[in-house]
Write a protein that binds this ligand. Structure first.
Ligand code: PLP
Ligand code: COI
Length: 343
């Protein structure tokens, strides 16, 4: 198969229209069979529920090409299950887990020419999403929905690739206590835009959000979970009911424990503990694991000992092991079920 003519090594994290996407509609209480289509536009009513009250959930995962030319996704079942749960919380009819995985496979297969070649460092980002497509004017759930999957080839989420980033503690909250912070709904991201623009305007790459009830515990960034390394080489990740349960974070905690022999702990992390950690990273599908060199809160600045030039040694090991599993380059086999082969 002839790959598309793109500058694969220099892709940004952007949207490029690819050849095929998947569409299935929910009407009269059931999902239809779904099809692949070449049409990248959506024609909906001006009063569609998505446009009025933001009834939408989405997912993000990636396809990777291996050295032998095979194409795989990473733990797509976890994304399918998470989207199922997100839909229930948003009073939307969940899309079946097996159909989600099949739809992703179909779209990746149909767009194989867009999967970045092995060794370029780029990946095919996959965006499944569903939204309320029928008219809603009184505040209530819609009757009809559309589930779609598109793909786009991407490079690194943060411009510098894996260079340490600088983040600030946001004055705004991303989630409410007992709200929707733990699901992947577009409304959480709309909420975070003002904080994001403000952080960028002040010269920061990202925000650190604190727990909305007390503002004493670390939550996450607008698009990734946190991992910290203690002086003793233990991996700590914040526990909170208002953050997204990241597939990458869950995988890294497993890798840390089972591949690298490190102690791992998921627990509430107080902001005032930050100064005691030696490394900090943010992790997610888009971010992979990106080192954080500096956290600023008002006048106070925390510089992690790993600095602003390089990834810390533990973060580097986690990064190499996880990407090695995803690209099929490490010696140990990936844990059972983690690599889902499509081609
Ligand atoms: N937290 C938020 C708010 C996110 O948007 C994402 C991205 O999906 C993550 C964490 C990381 O999750 P995952 O590793 O499943 O991509
Ligand atoms: C992802 O990592 O897949 C996300 O959805 C994060 C988003 C901010 C790009």
């Amino acid at each position: 198969m002839q790959k598309k003519d793109l500058d694969w090594k220099n892709l940004d994290f952007g949207y490029r229209v690819t050849d095929y996407r998947y569409v299935s509609n929910f009407k009269d209480g059931e999902w239809d069979d779904g099809v692949l289509t070449e049409d990248s536009f959506i024609n909906i009513s001006e009063c569609a529920g998505i446009l009025q009250y933001c009834q939408e959930v989405f997912e993000g995962l990636k396809a990777y090409e291996h050295a032998d030319g095979s194409i795989v996704t990473f733990r797509p079942d976890l994304n399918a299950e998470r989207m199922f749960g997100s839909a229930l919380r948003m009073e939307m009819p969940p899309f079946p887990v097996d159909r989600f995985i099949d739809a992703v496979d179909q779209v990746v297969r149909a767009n194989a020419a867009w999967v970045p070649p092995y060794g370029t460092g780029a990946t095919l980002y996959i965006r499944p999403y569903m939204f309320a497509s029928s008219n809603v004017i009184g505040v209530k759930p819609a009757q009809e929905y559309q589930f779609r999957v598109f793909v786009t080839p991407v490079g690194p989420y943060f411009k510098g690739g894996v260079k340490p980033i600088s983040i600030c503690v946001s004055d705004f909250d991303r989630a409410a206590p007992r709200g929707t912070g733990f699901i992947k709904a577009g409304l959480n991201y709309a909420m975070s835009l003002h904080a994001n623009v403000t952080a960028h305007a002040n010269g920061f790459d990202e925000n650190m959000f604190l727990d909305p009830a007390t503002r004493t515990f670390v939550e996450e960034t607008g698009g990734a979970n946190f991992l910290f390394v203690t002086k003793d080489g233990e991996i700590v990740t914040p526990h909170s009911d208002s953050i997204l349960p990241s597939v990458t974070r869950r995988s890294l905690m497993y890798v840390a424990e089972h591949y690298l022999g490190l102690k791992t702990v998921e627990r509430p992390v107080r902001y005032d503990e930050l100064k005691d950690f030696v490394e900090c990273g943010v992790c997610g599908t888009a971010a992979v694991i990106c080192p954080v060199g500096r956290v600023v809160r008002g006048e106070e600045e925390i510089l992690f000992p790993s600095g602003m030039e390089e990834m810390g040694p533990v973060t580097r090991k986690l990064y190499d092991t996880l990407t090695g599993i995803q690209y099929g380059t490490i010696e140990h086999a990936a844990p059972e079920g983690w690599i889902h082969r499509i081609i």
